[in-house]
Design a binder for this molecule. Structure first.
Ligand code: SF4
Ligand code: SF4
Length: 173
């Protein structure tokens, strides 16, 4: 009758511990090393800021709140083509189109938005809407998303987006 072969294994951790000097087992070197790392941080300049009282330095490339652009006549550039809302992965852009007004500056335009809303609570600030726009009508500021107390305030409508260009409201830090 065959007996099962017994395989003896030494746990790696035990072998490792045996090859170390005895004083390592006291853990004091590691403790002192950790304390020294913590101690050094006390004398370094703090990297945290007291937001919102202190404004952070935001990179100009930061993708923040959106704004709708205007042309040289002061009209919104948007032609309600739905490209941005189609490209939006978070489906947070709501557009309703209406016929474009007639008159100077509106030539060659079929539609303009009647409703243009972005739900900033759903937005993931990916910038796809800006890339998708064929009219360069939507942009992103480097304003960091604001803090509000109701969901309604995160719904940016068309007048708010038109007034939200760079340099408006909260200035670049
Ligand atoms: S930044 Fe991205 S998620 Fe936000 S509205 Fe534009 S496409 Fe949608
Ligand atoms: S913002 Fe640009 S992509 Fe979006 S509906 Fe207006 S023109 Fe089209």
């Amino acid at each position: 009758m065959e007996h099962p072969v017994e395989v003896k294994r030494n746990p790696p951790s035990v072998m490792h511990r045996r090859s170390q000097p005895w004083w390592v087992g006291l853990y004091m070197p590691a403790i002192w090393k950790g304390l020294w790392v913590s101690l050094r941080q006390f004398f370094k300049k703090s990297v945290t800021i007291q937001y919102p009282e202190a404004k952070p330095q935001i990179s100009p490339r930061f993708r923040g709140e959106h704004y709708l652009k205007q042309d040289e006549h002061g009209h919104m550039k948007c032609v309600a083509c739905y490209m941005c809302s189609t490209a939006c992965p978070a489906q947070c852009i709501n557009i309703e189109a209406q016929p474009a007004p007639t008159g100077p500056g509106w030539e060659g335009r079929d539609k303009v938005p009647k409703v243009f809303e972005i739900d900033m609570l759903k937005c993931i600030y990916c910038g796809y809407c800006v890339e998708a726009c064929p009219k360069d009508a939507i942009g992103m500021t480097n304003k960091i998303p604001q803090v509000y107390t109701s969901r309604k305030e995160f719904l940016y409508d068309m007048p708010r987006l038109l007034a939200n260009g760079p340099g408006s409201g909260e200035k670049k830090s």
